[in-house]
Design a protein around this ligand. Structure first.
Ligand code: PHE
Length: 341
């Protein structure tokens, strides 16, 4: 029995010292010290020993048990330490590795132009209003004094969303004149920037989607002089204080009289050059005195109130402001282009 115990001690200690994981260690504990373990098996034979030998062997068996328990405990600590080291090695942060640079974006040039524009109008006491891009034909056309048979309502020009031509992608921001008067009432001073849609092929100056900024002023005693004064002041803020303007007669169904406003070409000073297509002037907006029918359509008495409205093209304004030659650059979102602003 003595040899048996010694053999167990030796093989067990060797095995324990060789373990690499705590699960293996636990298996060995069961193998040697468990209820059905090898040491227990030897102890069960104690009954067959003589009375002198029994306490000696008992003592020795306890010794073996104690040394195995101690060895398991020590090895367990060793394994825990190793596991910790492995984890630390895995999670090491190398503070000398260069960091990842975060690229910070910036405002699109067109929105920079829009912000400047909004600022000018806010300073003049205008409100900024927002409206739907999916619009009713009633608002986009009818209430704007553009009857059913008007050529502007052609399917070839407008993105209709139903067969009956009742809903559409707005072709202009002018429906916001109606919405503003209906919801806000008069007097009113507002601008409303937003997207508009037309069936145009893409080229250097056209896109099926572009941006307009509508403006509307309605109050008692508003005249064409207010229209000219306001627009001249705004244009000089945007294009420079010396900018010359020209108000040309034009036609819009919802304004009377109507005009288009040109600025003298900043490139050639009016001589004519490629930028102004030889004209010497560049068109920047349409405007006019709100048609009495439009006022009436919104429940406003044209004998008491009058007003003016205008519509700027935002892309064109950004192109002038930043000397951008091709409209497509504004929508392509090529970072090499956008980074320049
Ligand atoms: N809505 C017109 C257009 O798209 C511009 C405009 C707005 C004209 C307001 C007069 C008054 O061409």
């Amino acid at each position: 029995m003595k040899e048996q115990l010694e053999a167990i001690r030796k093989s067990a200690l060797d095995a324990i010292g060789a373990t690499g994981a705590s699960a293996e260690l636990e298996a060995l504990r069961v193998k040697y010290l468990g209820k059905k373990g090898e040491l227990t098996a030897v102890l069960k034979q104690m009954g067959s020993l003589s009375a002198e030998l029994r306490p000696v062997m008992g003592q020795m068996a306890n010794d073996v048990r104690a040394s195995l328990e101690k060895a398991i405990e020590t090895q367990s600590a060793v394994l825990a330490e190793k596991a910790m080291e492995a984890r630390l090695a895995l999670e090491t942060v190398d503070v000398t590795i260069p960091g990842k640079t975060v690229e910070v974006g910036h405002k699109h040039p067109m929105y920079t132009a829009l912000d400047e524009f909004n600022e000018i109008f806010i300073n003049m006491g205008f409100e900024i209003m927002d409206g739907p891009e999916v619009e009713q034909a009633d608002y986009n056309f009818t209430k704007l004094n553009t009857p059913d048979d008007h050529p502007a309502r052609e399917w070839s020009d407008t993105f209709y969303l139903d067969e009956e031509s009742r809903t559409l992608l707005r072709t202009q921001t002018s429906p916001m004149q109606i919405r503003a008067m209906e919801t806000h009432g008069v007097p009113i001073r507002m601008i409303s920037p937003g997207r508009v849609y037309r069936k145009d092929e893409v080229d250097a100056t056209h896109s099926p989607m572009f941006h307009q900024i509508e403006g509307l002023v309605v109050d008692k005693g508003i005249t064409m002089a207010d229209l000219k004064g306001t627009l001249n002041a705004v244009i000089r803020e945007i294009y420079g204080s010396g900018t010359k303007t020209r108000f040309r007669p034009h036609h819009f169904p919802f304004t009377e009289p109507s005009c288009e406003v040109d600025i003298q070409c900043h490139k050639c000073g009016g001589q004519g050059c490629p930028t102004c297509k030889g004209e010497g002037w560049i068109e920047v907006l349409g405007a006019g005195m709100v048609h009495p029918k439009v006022l009436r359509n919104c429940g406003i008495d044209p004998d008491e109130y009058s007003g003016f409205a205008f519509g700027f093209g935002l892309e064109r304004m950004a192109m002038g402001r930043f000397k951008i030659s091709d409209l497509r650059l504004i929508f392509e979102n090529d970072v090499r282009f956008l980074e320049q602003f």
